[in-house]
Design a protein around this ligand. Sequence first.
Ligand code: GLN
Ligand code: ZN
Length: 754
Amino acid sequence: MRTHVLGFPSIGKKRELKQALESFWKGDLSAESLAGICTELKKRHWYIQKDAGLDFVSTGDFSLYDRMLDITCMLGALPPRFAPCAGDPPLERYFSLARGDIKRNIPALEMTKWFDTNYHYLVPEIDGESPWTRGTHPVIEDTRLAGELGFSPKPALIGPFTWLTLAKATVKAAAKTGEGVSTWSRLETVVSAYAELLAALAPYCGFIQIEEPVLCTELLPEKGAEKFRDAYAVLNAAAPGRLMLTTYFGPLSRHLETAASSGCAALHVDLVRGRGQLEAVLDKLPAGMILSLGLVDGRNIWKTGYAKTLPLIEQAVSAIGGERVFLGSSCSLLHSPVDLAEETALLGHIKSRMAFAVQKCAELSALCSIAGHGGQKLLDENTAAHQESRVDAVRERAASVTSAMLSRASAYPARRAAQAHLNLPMLPATTIGSFPQTDAIRRTRLDYRRGRITETEYTAAIKGEIKDCIGKQEELGLDVLVHGEAERNDMVEYFGQQLGGFCFTQNGWVQSYGSRCVKPPVIYGDVYRKHPMTVDWIRYAQSLTQKPVKGMLTGPVTILCWSFVRDDLERSEVCKQIALAIRDEVQDLEKAGIRIIQIDEAALREGMPPAKAEAETYLQWAVDAFRLASTGVEDATQIHTHMCYSEFNAILPWIAKMDADVISIESSRSGMELLDAFSGFHYQGEVGPGVYDIHSPRIPSADEITELLRRALRHIPKEQLWVNPDCGLKTRRWEEAWPSLNNMVAAARRLREP
Ligand code: GLN
Ligand code: ZN
């Protein structure tokens, strides 16, 4: 058996790549120095893999910004707006695509989530006619270098079908040839570029990892799937006997045949996300094809359970023989932090359960030796490492949730009548929760964290901010006010810090995009609420005004999706525990006299697994969790939810099932696209399509907002329409937020007039 990982994080255990990139962009670091730092990082990562005993080291996993962009540049698929950058040095052009060309005012490629991870890639744009000028790919040089240094490199590339499926056909092409057609009309060009790249790599390596995660999804269109075999025949001819067709993020299901008959030398399957597929895969695997088993989860921070994993290895070995079996990570380790050794403050019993990228490499070697000649000691250590964190009361409570706890007392029409006491005008104007996070606010929080001010001083300072925020909202004439979220650094972290079962790492950074990293909270044990988390702040805010103040909570699904979640309990169960904690908070807010409560589910859509069957299951429990969190209130209490995405047509029925009284959704950026979804669907509740793009410093005029609202009114009855921005205002400055909200309120008032 041979061992490998699908990729190692580029960012560096101390985020060296982030620092290098940011200094380079500022002009403080030369291109040569940047390249030098990158080479050092790559070498360090190769040594980690080699020292762990892996048979291959990964190349092509390291990217200066994004691996999708690396392919885009290799193909030369530059959108026409970048034509003026054609003569720039390649590195400059590369970063212009990634971050926009500020001098020439050319916006960057769009960024979007890589499947259901928190990594964002740059979306290729294809218009069907602009000429492409072929560029190079850094993987060739990296692979050559790794070989020269004595490593056995295995280059990793995102495959042509995934690149094309994730590319977006631009409007021009779509109008001309019908949506999608133009994307696939480029297939031949793309395949021949890949073939050249593969041929250039072949002399330097054994296997080449070619990643087609779209095979685990419903995304690959029929016209793409039909062409798969022919295209792969061309690719295999370019690097005979070398391709490892690599799939991840789900079982192959629908495309298993396609993958098995691709003619590649090896196939990699994800047995973490698709554990159940092994038998079917072994059954379909052609004679001679190597099978790489994705056993070590590349997306979490936990040790692999060896006892649970060994049977999979045994099954594969007994079916096809050890020489045809590879052991690998489920996907690239990109989605896991770098090195657990950097953590010095974690409790021992939690740390002993964890494995970051460095430790995951060692796990693969350990699995290989245990499976090969029975390393009982390694197995025992692994089994002992796991201590379940269990709180019996939490388990009992979760087990006793009844279906009645998932429903409001009455259906929406009766609730609407019961909520009339709120006395809201037609087209009520509100915001999504946060207000500008000024330097003073950030300083207050930092001073408190560092112990430079007392709890009393901190509370007084935050109350001062709340008072100020309420005053400003009254002056603006908003109808439903918020407290402004000055006490929150982050909408998930704030709750994680107060809930039982959560902990935080010091260096558990994971790349989010480019040089940006996030450090998600860790859910290691049963989740429960220790005490009310928001009630004092909201009650105080309500005491300052006659207008209703909306309580502001993060929903269970979003808390789950933006954390590292324990792997010894079903995600749906963890989510249920969080939901119960939020339910208690909702009920306490209601008791404190708060009559409107918003529960944000910003991550509901992105947490949806790519494979269809799993998506359904997920939506079912995710919606139930929201309902568990939100329905324990009287009819007269109004529940809001908020979501930050517009492509939700497909899940609108599920959103309706959440049964919130009011939903607010991002939409101004996409030209109110989401309204089409409402046209065909009789949504019962009230809707606030965002009419102010808070991601931009631009101040929308009252006329512009009026126009957006008029358009909304063509799809949503006047009685059901709310007026609000796309999302929270925390990243805006008051200089921008104030006039924008002023215009928003003016637009709402204009339309209220008969
Ligand atoms: N209430 C949060 C805020 O206003 C919502 C943020 C979000 O949806 N991402 O900041
Ligand atoms: Zn939002």
